[in-house]
Design a protein around this ligand. Structure first.
Ligand code: PLP
Length: 446
């Protein structure tokens, strides 16, 4: 169900910048950064040299036996790059572990404050927060979560603002407020004294296809959490480390969460790494109450942290986050222009280089294409054969629909966007031809 392509997967030979080469020498543009991971591109020699230098010194040092410069320097760097107040960092090896850490910290903070009745973490539908049982309980995506129902303590969910599907007379601003109010209603329904935290992806990931909420949503969500003393957790596993054109996506909205999870772009695929970043007062309260009851053998692994530090230094030195914002605007405009050529593209959305487009049968109703077409697989395969990798899902989370994520490494240039668009247009033309869908000749669509 979750394969990206039914084509045989070739053996990978090497990666270089935004490109992959398989063993036959065929070149692919990495148009999805793997699973939205490879933010600084592949095989960056400066990052490899810094990792080698760390390997020559030590590859492992257990965090309860030693401090390491790699982990402390990376924590300092992250704190510098984060919004004000988010300056306590706990390292893990991936996104699910980072989210798991956030919810355990939220619970232990409630205990530290003597609020033992607070344990629920409200999340959204659709959403994706990870594959462990704890993070699956938060995940608003039934095909992944429901088989494990008997083993989960499913958490309360509210609808995420899929405003592009709403047919009403509200302004975007009003819609944002309407959806934020769902959080207040849910807190009151559950009992505020039972809720420890609310978790959301500031820009949706693969479960929604880069869903962007109206700006008004964020401020109101923050106010509601403050009203009831509930922690606000932003899951920035996909959006963090520059993907949306800021270091973390919360910066777009001027709202500071209490705890943040990060992973994918943090070490950008050079090593398995994730982080939980929290406000000092939360960590201090938990420390004063016996300490954080949580951890992994590989937490703070020096090699992974050296990779993360090298990646962030590269981002700063090469202006990669600024490039993500600039190239994101360009690529989004180019994808939006495709809507003139292909009327079966119903929506283009996203921020920075976290971009998606969605297929529809008809834009007025936003009805999806027939399920049996398996469009989400077909277009990925047509692009793959032509040397472009993109990411797709047959879901809008709650309902059916084919969406495609176009999320190249943040180092992409304007010329490389031309290359990507040329292949994507060829693949879309082939898709249209296979289904006798009209293609409208437009100037500069590709
Ligand atoms: N949270 C979000 C928002 C994600 O996008 C993902 C992965 O896609 C995760 C958590 C889980 O991360 P991982 O697959 O590294 O465990």
């Amino acid at each position: 169900m979750f394969s990206l392509t039914k084509l045989p997967r070739p053996f990978l030979d090497r990666g270089e910048g935004i490109y992959f080469y398989d063993e036959t020498g065929k070149r692919y543009i990495d148009g999805s950064s793997g699973a939205m991971v490879s933010n600084i591109g592949h095989s960056n020699p400066r990052v490899l040299a810094k990792m080698k230098a760390q390997m020559d010194r030590s590859t492992f040092g257990y965090r309860l036996h030693f401090r390491t410069h790699a982990s402390e320097d990376l924590a300092t760097k992250i704190a510098e790059m984060m919004p004000e107040g988010l300056d306590r960092v706990f390292f893990v090896s991936g996104g699910s572990e980072a989210v798991e850490s956030c919810i355990k910290l939220a619970r232990q903070y409630a205990l530290a404050k003597g609020e033992d009745s607070r344990w629920k973490v409200i999340s959204r539908f659709p959403s994706y927060h990870g594959s462990t049982l704890g993070t699956l309980a938060l995940t608003g995506y039934d095909p992944l979560a429901r088989p494990f129902d008997p083993m989960l303590r499913d958490m309360p969910k509210i609808a995420a603002p899929r405003t592009y599907l709403d047919r009403d007379n509200l302004t975007e601003e009003e819609r944002g407020l309407k959806y934020a109010e769902l959080l207040r209603d849910k807190i009151l329904e559950e009992g505020p004294e039972t809720v420890a935290a609310f978790i959301m992806e500031p820009v949706g990931g693969a479960s929604t296809g880069a869903l962007v909420a109206p700006d008004s949503y964020f401020k109101r969500i923050r106010e509601i959490c403050d009203e009831f003393g509930i922690l606000l957790i932003f899951d920035e596993v996909m959006t963090g480390a520059g993907r949306t054109g800021k270091f973390v996506a919360s910066e777009h909205y001027g709202v500071i969460p209490d705890i943040v999870s990060m992973s994918k772009g943090l070490a950008a695929g050079y090593a398995p790494l994730g982080a939980m970043v929290a406000k000092g007062e939360i960590v201090e309260a938990v420390e004063a109450h016996g300490g954080f009851l949580h951890g992994y053998t590989y937490s703070g692994n020096p090699l992974a942290c050296a990779a993360g530090l090298a990646v962030l230094e590269e981002m700063q030195e090469q202006g990669i986050i600024e490039n993500a914002a600039k190239m994101g605007d360009l690529l989004k405009a180019r994808l939006t222009a495709l809507m003139e050529r292909y009327h079966f593209i119903g929506d283009v959305r996203g921020k920075g280089l976290l971009l998606a487009f969605e297929f529809v049968s008809d834009r007025d109703t936003m009805r999806p294409l027939p399920k049996e077409w398996n469009a989400y697989l077909e277009l990925v395969e047509l692009a793959y054969e032509r040397g472009l990798i993109i990411y797709s899902r047959r879901t809008r989370g709650g309902s059916e629909g084919d969406h495609f994520l176009v999320c190249p490494p943040l180092i992409i240039t304007a010329k490389q966007i031309d290359e990507l668009m040329a292949i994507l247009t060829e693949a879309l033309d082939a898709f249209a031809a296979n289904h006798a869908l009209p293609v409208l000749e437009t100037e500069g669509a590709a």
